[in-house]
Design a protein around this ligand. Structure first.
Ligand code: GLA
Length: 647
């Protein structure tokens, strides 16, 4: 399904790529964007007056406004009340605070479900979800979409020229709560339409889905359903297609609203905030349609690996699109949605914020400005806590605001480029994590384990898609690329032939894009470049991966405990291809990748950094290098300027 007027046949609205024109956004800022979700509809006039004073004290220059404002703005169908929003936008403009204005479509008012219960999403087991929470809408529902578009049009028309408006915020965290996707009749029909566009003929679909297996051959399109609850393993190609369809359907919702904004306010950039790197959305398919990528980061303060996991997410965001990205949400202290919600210790919020800047963010925003008095998130921290401004949190918020403002030239500065990259691919994620495989392989954990070996060595790492500019990197890490097209295999082979260093880890090159095995031995079209064949998988009862590798030109670097090659190295063309037939423990992984990158000529950002200290450099418009040093051991952050390169 494609939204009105924007769609290409692939459901991504091919003609609506965003140029990334951020002038209107930058025109309203004199330093990095700083602020948070502002939900003034939860409060009265006395609080509103104080909000502006406190924002000024905290150095806030941007707030996201109206994300959950639909029911306030359209309390009954078609009866709009913008007076509340007029007042807030005017007040913000007068105070010099810019607005990232939401289209308000994340949470429809209860009347939509009352009048149109078919807009509610349905789980694989047939359970229909109900209002009373948020994001209770079916991504394929034309009724939901038309109401969302109608509201967007009213907002865009009303506020196109408002002086506070800097950026549009479409929806909110697409796919966060309905990540299990919708299986209602409307979605089923939309899935069939999507499949017809993809395969054209039923024969092609039957072939792609291997439906001769288990007597699944379809004789009409009407027999095809979304992968609903079933007695045993569901068709893996069908599951992967459903995930692709679901990502596209949510994108079509986004694009339907974006088309309105592009028509009515063509010079105001648009964004939407992505959730922590997850399987739900193919972000490489989404990113071209955002003027700027935005990300919500919620590391667990109790997680010892939080800094590296966060660095990985930030690297993904930076890799989605050229230009900056925005940290649109993070918690000032505790969240409320884990089993145990530890606070961020003193200094941690500052450290997390600077880490985002170090990885390329041009905004540091929080959820949310003022801690709610009621509702499901009243125990989630905020910039202004329940206890008010005389608190540690607000003091730290204020200090950070002043500090960011003091580094005004970081706005529009860019991180220095990396020599190493990690390849990430959502369709692969969807195919890799289906049922009935030799053992479970967690794609995200695999990617994180590879990234960690670089992160711990202070090596900067970009994240690239399968069709990215591979030749720009000396070293390319390819974790678990189970689903591999012949095109991508040829690109990886060419990369090595041309002098690149490739590291491929196990359960790669197994199937084509329809989950059909590449015959002749694993890893199919990568056998030649890797110089080996995998004959059999042999995962261990503890989940550790192992396999039987036959060397065909590669040399053994490490063996399994019981013998046989486990890690190999193959010189091919002008480059080198490594293969990991197991997941080494973190120490071995680090030693291995230290050797690999030394051979590839990939250096740390800075030599001799102690473990736990991260350095990243941004280059200002004036050509000055700002070296951000983040000490994750004691929480300290320093910004040093490279006098030598000052222009
Ligand atoms: C997400 C949402 C916010 C809020 C926060 C709480 O990021 O976008 O509305 O619920 O989580 O952590």
């Amino acid at each position: 399904m494609t939204p009105d007027g924007t769609g290409g046949p692939d459901g991504t609205g091919g003609s609506s790529d965003s140029s990334g024109n951020l002038d209107r956004f930058y025109d309203r800022l004199t330093s990095l964007a700083y602020g948070g979700d502002y939900n003034p509809e939860q409060w009265g006039p006395d609080v509103h007056a104080e909000d502006v004073e406190l924002m000024r004290a905290a150095g806030v220059n941007l707030v996201t406004l109206g994300i959950f404002g639909w029911a306030t703005t359209e309390p009954t169908p078609g009866a709009y009340d913008f007076t509340w929003l007029d007042a807030h936008l005017d007040r913000l403009a007068a105070a010099g605070v810019a607005a990232c204005l939401a289209t308000m479509t994340a949470s429809p008012p209860p009347w939509l479900a009352r009048l149109h219960p078919e807009t509610l999403p349905v789980l694989a087991d047939g359970t229909r979800l109900h209002p009373g929470s948020r994001q209770h809408w079916c991504p394929s529902s034309p009724v939901f979409r038309s109401h969302a578009v109608r509201l967007t049009e009213r907002l865009a028309t009303r506020y196109a020229d408002h002086p506070a408006l800097a950026l549009w915020h479409i929806g909110n965290e697409y796919g966060c709560h309905i990540s299990r996707h919708c299986h209602c009749e409307v979605s089923t029909a939309a899935f069939r339409t999507w499949l017809r566009e993809r395969y054209q003929t039923l024969d092609a679909l039957n072939d792609a889905w291997s439906t001769t297996f288990w007597s699944q051959r379809y004789s009409t399109w009407e027999e095809i359903h979304t992968p609903r609850a079933a007695p045993s393993f569901r068709n893996p190609a069908q599951q992967a297609d459903f995930l692709r369809f679901s990502s596209d359907e949510l994108l079509a919702c986004y694009l339907a609203e974006k088309a309105v904004l592009a028509r009515v306010t063509p010079h105001t950039p648009v964004t939407t905030n992505f959730v922590p790197v997850a399987k739900t959305l193919d972000l490489f398919r989404w990113a071209p349609h955002l003027d700027v990528v935005s990300y919500d980061s919620y590391p667990d303060p109790h997680d010892p690996d939080a800094a590296q996991r966060t660095a990985f997410s930030y690297d993904v965001m930076r890799g989605l699109k050229a230009g900056p990205w925005l940290l649109l949400e993070q918690a000032p202290s505790a969240v409320n949605w884990r089993a145990h919600n530890g606070r961020k210790p003193p200094g941690r919020m500052r450290l997390d914020s600077w880490q985002a800047v170090a990885h390329g963010a041009d905004a540091v925003l929080f959820f949310q400005w003022r801690q709610s008095r009621g509702g499901a998130e009243k125990f989630h921290s905020a910039m202004v806590p329940h206890a008010g401004p005389e608190t540690r949190t607000f003091r730290e918020v204020t200090e950070l605001g002043a500090e960011l403002a003091a580094h005004a030239d970081l706005l529009r500065s860019r991180p220095e480029r990396a020599d190493a990259a990690l390849l990430l691919d959502w369709p692969n994620w969807w195919a890799l994590e289906t049922d009935a495989h030799p053992s479970e392989v967690d794609y995200l954990e695999g990617a994180l384990a590879h990234h960690k070996a670089l992160y711990d060595a202070s090596v900067a790492c970009d994240v690239v898609p399968v069709d990215g500019d591979l030749a720009a990197y000396r070293l390319l890490l390819v974790p678990h690329l189970y689903s591999l097209s012949l095109d991508t295999a040829a690109r990886l082979t060419d990369y090595v032939r041309g002098g690149g260093t490739l590291v491929v880890s196990y359960f790669s090159g197994i199937t084509d894009e329809h989950d059909r095995v590449h015959l002749g031995g694993y890893p199919g079209p990568l056998r030649e470049v890797l110089g080996l064949t995998v004959e059999e998988f042999d995962p261990r009862p503890d989940g550790a991966w192992a396999e039987e590798i036959r060397l065909e030109g590669a040399e053994q670097v490490l063996a399994y405990d019981e013998g046989g090659p486990a890690v190999t190295r193959h010189e091919y063309g002008r480059g080198t291809a490594w293969y990991l037939g197991l997941r080494p423990d973190p120490k071995t992984m680090r030693e291995l990748l230290d050797r690999v990158r030394a051979e590839a000529g990939v250096s740390p950002v800075e030599a001799g950094l102690p473990e736990g200290v991260q350095v990243r450099t941004r280059v200002t418009a004036a050509g000055e290098r700002v070296r951000l040093r983040l000490d994750h051991r004691d929480g300290s952050v320093t910004a040093e300027r490279d006098q030598a390169s000052r222009q």
